[in-house]
Structures are given as structure tokens and as C-alpha cells.
Design a protein around this ligand. Sequence first.
Ligand code: PLP
Length: 489
Amino acid sequence: MKLEDLCINYNKSIRDALIMIDNNAHGIVFVVDGYKLLGVVSDGDIRRAIISGKSISSEVADIYNKQCKFLNHNVPIEVIQATLSKRYKIIPLVDDNKKVVDFASIHRLHQTPVLEPLLGGNELEYVTDCVKTNWISSQGKYVIQFEEEVKKYTNSSYALAVSNGTVALHLALVSLGIGEGDEVIVPDITFGATLNAVILAGAQPVIVDVERKTWNISIDLINKNITPNTKAIMPVHIYGIPCNMPEIMNIAKKHDLYVIEDCAEALGSSIKGKHVGTFGDVGTFSFFGNKVITCGEGGALIFRDEDIYNRAKVMRDHGMTPGKRYWHDVVGFNYRLTNLQAAIGCAQFEQLDKFRTKRKQIFSWYDKYLLDTTSFFDSQVLDANYESSYWLYTVTMKDKKTIDRDGLINRLSKLGIDSRPIFYPMSKMPAFRGYRTDLNGESELISTTGISLPTSVYLTESDINRISNEIIDALKSSKEIHRVINENM
Ligand SMILES: Cc1ncc(COP(=O)(O)O)c(C=O)c1O
């Protein structure tokens, strides 16, 4: 819901107001003079006006309610929460000149989430098609089409749709025959699913540190940690920044290792035009609700080798031998994607180019309003000829000593801005202790200073400007964030 869908100029007709109310589904519109708040008009106000003889073509100015509730946009989130009620389900938020700059609603509670999907295309139509035609399980045209889309977009030879990005990793490992006694080199900064998949396959993760510049797995530490038991390297293109794949492939070739690329966050990332996931033996993707595009839950694998693809396909489908129903030559899993999920994914693929352009814009707006105007932050470095997926705008605090990242996250939350810390280092967590590590402090530094900011594709330049200004204001003035007096600006 955009602010424009809620604001009507006082000289518009009652009919216009009704159309707007019908579209915004909030039962109310804010009446403005330009942008300045004058009052509100609800569907009830319109009903009463028409019963008392007003024409539908009369001006909103004749009937609007001047005694409306509104709040200054700077009030703490607790005040907004306390004001919203059954009676006041939606409240305009104004600046000091009474210009409407935002709104609070019971549903939204003024929070700007870090990442939300945008289901503005053919999602509903395709899902409805599944229901109407009774194709709701894992067979159906959308699954096939989705695999084709993955293949086409990444320019890979083979693609397989699966239930999520975690099982994609597990399936990649087991179809390459990686298991007990094998070591898989993984980065210390990733989402836990990367390591969970290795452990689930029965192998041992070897956790190595990352590079300061890219936050991706350290090439030196991969080299240093290869043993006779090493079977694979699992680079993760963190936040969509590609790992140095040419170098990793050289190492893999030299030591005869498999490479599984975790591209969960990297749909659209490439090196010299070659999509990530196509360098290694297998590339895996996630289509969870917060990813570049989504199926709700979903995943995919891409392969170079037909035999590995065929093996993974059998294992995805319970291990049943193709052409011989209920016959198992190998142990397998049910890792299939449903037609319903694939239908959403196909509709999302149609919008992927548009989303990508928008994400890139959001990154450049943050760079403009936040990075270029202050010296508080560092960002990941994208090498020349490398392209990012622009998944989630994430920066690190330059100065860990004076600025408390968690204090900033708390402060932003009070202002209705959702933000996230970077992943904890894998080596720090109880679930992953006891495995071999090679650390040098980089992941710890990145993890304790990193913050991800709202990057949903529906955000506008003014949203990013507002978020950036709130961050800068908070960094300049809020005591809870500063350990020492600010001298960074
Ligand atoms: C780097 C990484 N790997 C794996 C996954 C797992 O994907 P899924 O949530 O689809 O299982 C995620 C995200 O969720 C991720 O960020």
C-alpha cells in the first residue's frame, strides 16, 4: 500500500473518494490540500452524506471529517501502538508542517520490513489455474516451466526444482557422493543451512574465515585447509556478491575437489557475464519469501554434468527408478517443489528483470543518502566485471568502538524501521562447535558491525531517503548508540 493510495485532494468528488476506498481496502482516505492534512473521510461518512441527500459528484470538501486523529511521524512506536485501536485502525503521520509523510495501521504498525516479497504479477492467476485444474502436487506444467526459467536465466545445462534452498544443498552433496569421512570447506559467514546440509549429509564442515573486502570465503584459507579428506569446497555468494570463482575452480581442479556454489542469495549475480552456480559442479538457489524472487518456499539446483543431474533427480523423487514405479535402486528423499509453489515462482520470474532494476536503484539510493554523505559505513566491494544480485543492502560500521550496532538496530525498530544484524559466525554457535576451524578475526568483525537495511522492491527513493535520514539522525544524536561522543560526521 502506497501513501498515494490513501490521500485525496479536498476538491475531488465523493465518487473519486469511493473508488479510492474501494481500492485501498482501508475504509478511509486522508483528505489533503496538496500534501497538507485537512481531515479524513470514511466509507461511513460517505454513506451518511448520501442518505442525507448529497450527490456522489459533490466535493469531498463538503463532507470530510476535520476532527481526525493524526500523529507526528517522529513519535515513538509505542505512542503509535497506543493510538491505534479498533476505532482508529489507520492514522496519518505528518511532519511539523502537517504534511502527510506516512501512515500507521494496525496491520503495518508503521514497520518497514527488511525484505518482503512483491506479488504484483500473475501469481494469483497461476495459482488459481493450479487449483482449477487440480494440479496442486509436484507434477504439473509450472514445475517444468520453473525449471526451464532457472536454466534459461542462469544459462545452465540442467536444472532441478526442489522444496527449498537447504535441501538443494543436501541433494547436491549426496548426489556427488559426499558423506561420512569427507570434509567440506565452508565459510564462517553464511546462513546456518550451509553447514546443516553438510552435517546432514554425514560429512564434516571445515569452517574457514572470510575476506574483509567481499565478506566471502578466503581463498588463502581454502588453500591452507585442504587435506586428503577434503572432498568439496562450498563457496557462498554472500548477500549476492560473487566469490572469486575462477580462483576457487583453479584450486578445485588442482586438488580434484567438487565445488558446490551456495547461490541462495545470488540469483542474478555473475562474473564476466557468467552466472554464479555455473562455475562449480552444482549451484543451488533459494526461493524463500525474502529472496530475490520467491515461491514462498522453494529451491533449485543447476548442474554441468548430465549424470549428476540424473542422479539428483532420482534422489529428489524418493530414489525411485525412472520408468519402474515403486522400485528403489538408491535411497532418496521427497524434495519436490509443488506446482502451486512453482506457479508463484513462474510469475515472479516474469518480474525478475524489473525487480533487479529496482534493487539496483535501491542500492544506489542508499549509497547516495547514506554511504556518500557520511563516513560511518563500509560496504562489500564488488570487483570489476562482477555483478551482484543486489539482494539485501548491508553495510558494516567503520567504527566498532564508538558505535553500538545493536543500539542502532533497537533505535531503528522504535522508529518503525526493521533492520538485521549480519549472520553470526558459524564457528561461534553451539550447533557447529567441534569442527575444524581456521579463523583470523575477519568474520567476527564483520558479524559484530554489520547491519542489513530494508531492500523490498516496492520501496521508493523517498522511503530510502527517510530511512537514511533516520539512521544519520540516530547516529548523530542518540545516546544509546554512542559509546563515545560522535566525531565521525
Ligand atoms: C546462504 C544461504 N544458504 C542457504 C539458505 C537456505 O535456503 P532455504 O531457506 O530456502 O532453505 C539460505 C537462506 O535462507 C541462505 O541465505
